[in-house]
Write a protein that binds this ligand. Structure first.
Ligand SMILES: *[C@@H]1O[C@H](CO)[C@@H](O)[C@H](O)[C@H]1NC(C)=O
Length: 376
């Protein structure tokens, strides 16, 4: 047997073994697959109130408009919806694609490049415009009346954007910081990006008046959530595969330098600043021992991708077999201040964003058909 067949056999054995372990864990056993416990965590997110998004799924990002109305959220069929309160529920606000006649199923990954898949949302408060990071259609913008959004950035350095993910806006300088998760993989292939060790993610800057795009950081392993600090002296970008958040200094003596803002116990999705200037980070999932090993041994991840495993099985391996929800509150210096969880995934799972407003946390999920509202 040659070396690479040995590796594939090892990975196959591990994968099959761990999937079996996850499905039928021996009672009381130490499970290298399961999501780990986080010291000091409060297992209380299951008390969040559930708000269904009509028949839609995957309210990934949540944002309130300059009047405090909403939230607005992008769902998997490509629409951006607005919450009008308990009585009126959700209304259609905007879309990122004009070719929507086939966009009728709540979840159809094979049509996402046609229907659009809005992820990160942010309002430009001065103009009232809503900026949209659409995974397939790039950076877009729509006015306060909604409707069909228009393209802002669809290519960078002559190459189309494949996986635009999140953004934040510096209204003083009128620039938008946004993330491009990968130049190789699209959103529906996100497990391939993570498992293959893809490091083509970028942090980009768009100047609203000159329309110029600049690459600020490259070589990121799944660039994801983006958030500016309260004083706009730095911008954060989550690097999902490595479970880290990078900080790029924009002002002061360190301007232009980056450092690691936080190392996390799981895979970060969006990052949102609260009114105090702290940051809420939603973890898609915590990182178990096996997931950590697979992600740090690219050959094993690549071998797994060659096996006849479904997306669901690969995803189960990655998230530790057990759906759960984990939100972290970080100080302005990156220290963990609070960990809120639904450890058993009774109510919340695979969360993508935590937006704090008026003593409540609004919690999105890229896969679930609802969002959560948690009283703090
Ligand atoms: C944006 O572009 C304008 C016009 O070229 C320029 O004056 C301004 O300095 C740029 N802003 C930033 C933050 O780069």
């Amino acid at each position: 047997m040659n070396m690479s067949s040995k590796l594939i056999l090892t990975a196959a054995t591990l994968a099959v073994g761990s999937i079996l372990l996850a499905l039928y864990p021996p009672p009381g056993s130490f499970n290298i697959y399961a999501p780990p416990d986080i010291p000091g965590s409060v297992d209380h997110l299951h008390s969040a109130q559930i708000v269904k998004v009509g028949a839609a799924v995957g309210p990934e990002s949540l944002v309130f408009d300059p009047n405090g109305d909403g939230p607005y959220t992008g769902v998997a069929d490509g629409r951006i919806l607005k919450w009008e309160g308990d009585e009126h529920g959700w209304t259609d606000f905007a879309v990122t694609s004009s070719q929507r006649k086939d966009c009728v199923r709540p979840f159809a990954p094979e049509l996402e490049h046609v229907c659009g898949r809005p992820l990160g949302l942010r309002f430009h408060k001065k103009t009232g415009d809503l900026y949209i990071a659409d995974a397939y259609l790039g950076l877009q913008v729509v006015g306060r009346d909604g409707g069909l959004a228009t393209q802002v950035v669809s290519e960078v350095e002559g190459r189309p954007l494949l996986f635009t993910n999140d953004m934040d806006i510096d209204e003083q300088k009128d620039v938008i910081y946004f993330s491009d998760t990968s130049t190789k993989f699209q959103r529906r292939q996100f497990m391939s990006s993570v498992l293959s060790g893809d490091k083509t993610g970028r942090l980009l800057k768009y100047n609203i008046s000159s329309k110029e795009v600049t690459v600020l950081l490259e070589g990121l392993a799944f660039a994801n959530g983006v958030a500016l600090s309260k004083d706009q002296s730095f911008v954060l970008v989550a690097e999902t595969t490595t479970c880290r958040i990078h900080r790029l200094w924009l002002r002061g003596p360190n301007a232009g330098n980056t450092d690691i803002f936080a190392e996390l116990p799981g895979f970060p999705d969006n990052v949102r600043r609260n009114p105090k200037g702290e940051f809420w980070v939603a973890l898609h999932a915590k990182r178990g021992i096996l997931a950590k090993w697979v992600v740090s041994n690219t050959w094993a991840g690549n071998a797994l991708l060659k096996l006849p495993l479904s997306f669901k099985q690969l995803h189960a391996l990655f998230v530790g077999g057990k759906a759960h929800a984990t939100a972290l509150r970080l100080s302005e210096e990156g220290k963990v201040l609070e960990v809120l969880e639904d450890c058993e995934g009774k109510n919340m799972k695979f969360i993508s964003e935590v937006e704090e407003k008026d003593g409540k946390l609004w919690i999105g999920s890229v896969l679930m058909p609802f969002l959560g509202i948690y009283n703090i």
